[in-house]
Write a protein that binds this ligand. Structure first.
Ligand code: ADP
Ligand code: MG
Length: 226
């Protein structure tokens, strides 16, 4: 489903070019539950952002669902991302002026332009799935971290993406809440065969995935199925 070949990422910062990823190739299949692990600064987020089309590689090719996306322009890339990819962040990134319901509905209005009854059906289904139906009219400020992350998961899934990337999704959660959120993602992966790729060193996640990819200084040092 994902075929990354010889990806390179250079950050240009003032005078210095920082080569963070030198030559990274990777295949990811449908339904995989993967964790990318590695020390802080090793390039996990950079890899996730490239695979998730949030950022473009400096070199190399990236195929997702048989589409070469490395030569798409910014608008086409954003469009592709909105239709095929979900993203979950450490700091939730909900829109503060929108309710829980509206946050989840947002990608359907902005990207997929679905009719209202279909939007409603999908949002209500996901509110139930993440157990937030009774909180749907609250605003992000009024809910807990774990609830925010559950809303973020619903928002990531509402477009029916083939793949969801989650960058340290439990880093701001206590361990009980983290477990609830992880179990929810695992349940979704099992029921819908949605691919999940995490960047995390949270053992609670790493112990549940089927594949662990280790990155050190931007290189894959280990790729094992468990
Ligand atoms: N936007 C950026 N501009 C310049 N350097 C960056 C940028 N993002 C990340 N880096 C650098 O790239 C390296 C890898 O960062 P990152 O991918 O965030 O690692 P990780 O997620 O594993 O902590 C680090 O040295 C970091 O400082
Ligand atoms: Mg990171």
């Amino acid at each position: 489903m994902i075929k990354a070949r010889n990806l390179k990422k250079i950050y240009k910062t003032g005078k210095i070019d920082l080569e963070v990823i030198k030559d990274l190739s990777l295949d990811i299949d449908k339904g995989e539950f993967i964790s990318i692990v590695g020390p802080s600064g090793s390039g996990k987020s950079t890899v996730l952002n490239m695979l998730g089309c949030l950022d473009s590689p400096s070199k190399g090719s990236l195929n997702i669902n048989n589409k070469l996306i490395t030569n798409l322009d910014k608008t086409k890339l954003a469009n592709f991302r909105g239709n095929h990819i979900g993203f979950i962040f450490q700091s939730f990134n909900l829109i503060p002026v929108l309710s829980v319901y509206e946050n989840i509905e947002y990608p359907l209005i902005m990207i997929q332009n679905l009719p209202e009854d279909e939007r409603k059906r999908r949002v209500l289904n996901l509110l139930k799935e993440v157990d937030m139906l009774n909180q749907k009219d609250k605003f992000p400020d009024a809910i807990s971290g774990g609830q925010k992350q559950r809303v973020a998961i619903a928002r990531a899934l509402v477009t029916n993406p083939a793949i969801v990337f989650a960058d340290e999704p439990t880093a701001n959660l206590d361990s009980v809440t983290a477990n609830t959120v992880i179990n929810l993602m695992q349940k979704i992966q099992k029921e819908h065969n949605t691919t999940f790729v995490f960047a995390t060193h949270d053992e609670k996640i790493v112990s549940k995935v089927n594949r662990v990819i280790s990155i050190v200084d931007g290189n894959i040092t280990e790729d094992r199925r468990v």
